[in-house]
Design a binder for this molecule. Structure first.
Ligand SMILES: NC(=O)c1ccc[n+]([C@@H]2O[C@H](COP(=O)([O-])OP(=O)(O)OC[C@H]3O[C@@H](n4cnc5c(N)ncnc54)[C@H](OP(=O)(O)O)[C@@H]3O)[C@@H](O)[C@H]2O)c1
Length: 267
């Protein structure tokens, strides 16, 4: 399997680490197109992969060409790759908001895959939603799936409309969770805990609660009820959260992000 990355930034490095660690590709199977010489040197030294200033050279011979540049750099990348993609290759874009139609027309290429990952992919705990065009062969679909699995969980959808929803929930989601964690730590300090202790308590609480929902398969509301004793401390805290607009405000936040994603996709 040969893999190319166009743009050697944070997300590309996360996927690169994933595929190398999983043994899906060897360093010699990976080529990266990246404009910054220092970054090229960094990636080739660290991972032993080939790096190029030219994106079309980087893409040559790859089964999957991963487009991992920022949205503002995508038009230039599409124009550069347009004359060079072979019919047997598929382009896999992780660029937020870049629609299948934009990719297909911009590359003049029918085999395209659109992926929405999130930052926990950096430690192999990502959540990715993806879709692809009819023209992507079963082999390349399987390959894309196995590449995405190296950085966490993945869900394939037939309908592209779900990608805007995943953008609002799982791609933006880590920021919401980090905000919650930060507030929980600050709250611990507010009531008198040393900051490092508050951090340990907050992180393990979020981590353990997530695992408990996953491993028991119980509804989160049911697990919440198990923490709340009548007239107790948790009921007091929850009452303040509900008065402050949680959970309704979380629904509004995800809805606002979703609407923004749809607007951005309309150009
Ligand atoms: N980070 C996230 O949470 C997240 C989640 C889901 C999706 N995404 C998507 O993933 C994509 C990459 O994000 P990132 O966080 O990895 O960004 P990043 O770290 O900035 O990486 C982008 C890389 O592309 C390089 N680049 C710029 N212009 C280029 C060109 N013309 N050809 C080739 N490479 C070029 C940049 O080089 P320079 O440094 O020299 O500019 C940089 O190394 C974005 O489109 C983003 O929407 C990100």
């Amino acid at each position: 399997m040969k893999l190319a990355f166009i743009g050697g930034g944070i997300m590309a490095e996360a996927i690169l680490k994933g595929v190398l660690n999983a043994g899906i590709a060897k360093p010699g199977d990976v080529q990266i197109g990246e404009p910054r010489p220092e970054r090229r040197a960094e990636l080739s030294t660290e991972y032993g992969v080939e790096t190029y200033a030219s994106n079309s050279k980087a893409a040559a011979g790859a089964d999957l060409v991963v487009l991992s540049v920022k949205p503002q750099d995508l038009p230039a990348v599409l124009s550069e790759l347009k004359p060079s993609l072979e019919p047997a290759q598929a382009a896999l874009s992780i660029v937020a908001g870049a629609k299948m139609d934009t990719l297909t027309k911009g590359l003049d290429h029918s085999a395209v895959i659109r992926v929405m990952p999130n930052t926990p992919a950096q430690i192999g705990c990502g959540m990715t939603m993806w879709t692809c065009s009819q023209a992507v062969s079963q082999d390349l679909r399987d390959l894309a799936k196995s590449v995405l699995r190296t950085v966490g969980e993945e869900i394939y959808v037939d309908d592209e409309k779900y990608l805007d929803m995943a953008t609002a929930l799982s791609a933006s989601g880590p920021a919401y969770v980090f905000l919650f964690i930060e507030a929980l730590i600050d709250a611990g300090v507010y009531v008198g805990l040393p900051r490092d202790t508050a951090r340990t308590l907050a992180l393990q609480t979020v981590y353990g609660s997530t695992k408990l929902v996953m491993e028991t398969g119980l509804h989160p509301g049911q697990l919440k009820d198990m923490v709340v004793s009548p007239g107790g401390t948790t009921a007091e805290g929850l009452q303040v959260l509900e008065k402050g607009g949680v959970p309704g405000i979380i629904v509004e936040a995800v809805d606002a992000a979703y609407r923004k994603s749809v607007r951005l996709g309309q150009g």
